[in-house]
Design a protein around this ligand. Structure first.
Ligand SMILES: [Zn+2]
Length: 258
């Protein structure tokens, strides 16, 4: 699932392959997209230029030179593929962005859960996001204050984009493992020293994964996520999996002891 580092990689790709280019056509191949963007709006994109590309949490914002915003969210497993205009479309092609210079970007998504929206110029894009996990000015004190007001365990809290934007199931688990925090610990009971470790762990985990195209074990080394039954990389205790708020949580029952 694309989380902050993978979405950042997609945004970097968009900056190389879309920024500054003029849209010739946006084809929406999947009905879920056509429900969000009408044919009229889709046609009206012709001639607009992509002025700049921005990441906010896991959202991709393509700012057009007319002030409109093409807003893309990959959800579970969307991705961009760059192809020639005359090449056959990739399997699971859901939307096709053609540029007047003859280049093409295809949004591929086997689950078809990705979203595209076109926001009119001047829209206040309130995405309901907290501080970005990659923001160096986001402090442990701010994280601690946000956790102090929460009910429930720490792991599901980290998935809440209002608390911190960009983390998902994988990097939340990795961050807690790195900071040696039990994912079941009530969020508000985290001591300040531990919050500091968690803030540092989030930074380290994001930093290590940045530049990867996908979250996959062959490209990014994962310490705990999806390693149920395998030995903890620190203490060799088998990694356990539990379900919290409907999502799998992987952790070491021995050394995640805070
Ligand atoms: Zn361990």
């Amino acid at each position: 699932m694309p989380e902050l580092p993978e979405v950042q990689a997609a945004v970097d790709e968009l900056r190389r392959r879309a920024q500054g280019r003029e849209i010739a056509r946006l084809q929406l191949l999947h009905p879920s997209f056509r429900r969000r963007v009408s044919p009229r709006v889709s046609r009206s994109l012709r001639g607009a230029r992509i002025a700049r590309v921005e990441r906010r949490g896991k959202h991709q914002l393509l700012h057009l030179d007319d002030g409109r915003v093409l807003h893309v969210h990959f959800r579970l497993n969307g991705d961009w593929e760059s192809t020639a205009v005359d090449a056959p479309l990739p399997k699971f092609a859901r939307a096709v962005l053609d540029f007047t210079d003859g280049s093409r970007l295809v949004l591929v998504d086997s689950r078809a859960l990705a979203t595209i929206d076109v926001h009119p110029a001047g829209t206040d894009l309130a995405l309901g996001l907290g501080p970005d996990a990659a923001d160096p000015t986001w402090t442990a004190e701010q994280l601690g204050d946000a956790l102090a007001g929460r009910r429930g365990p720490i792991k599901p809290a980290l998935l809440d984009q209002k608390l911190v934007a960009g983390l998902g199931n994988i990097y939340a688990a990795e961050s807690l493992w790195r900071a040696r925090i039990d994912p079941r610990l009530p969020a508000r009971e985290l001591a300040p020293a531990r919050v500091k470790k968690l803030r540092a762990a989030i930074a380290a985990v994001i930093e290590r994964a940045t530049g990867s195209r996908y979250t996959s074990a062959d490209r990014v080394r994962l310490d705990v996520y999806d390693r149920e039954g395998k030995p903890c990389r620190r203490c060799r205790t088998p990694v356990e999996r539990i379900v919290q708020a409907g999502r799998s949580t992987y952790f070491c029952p021995h050394c995640q002891d805070e």
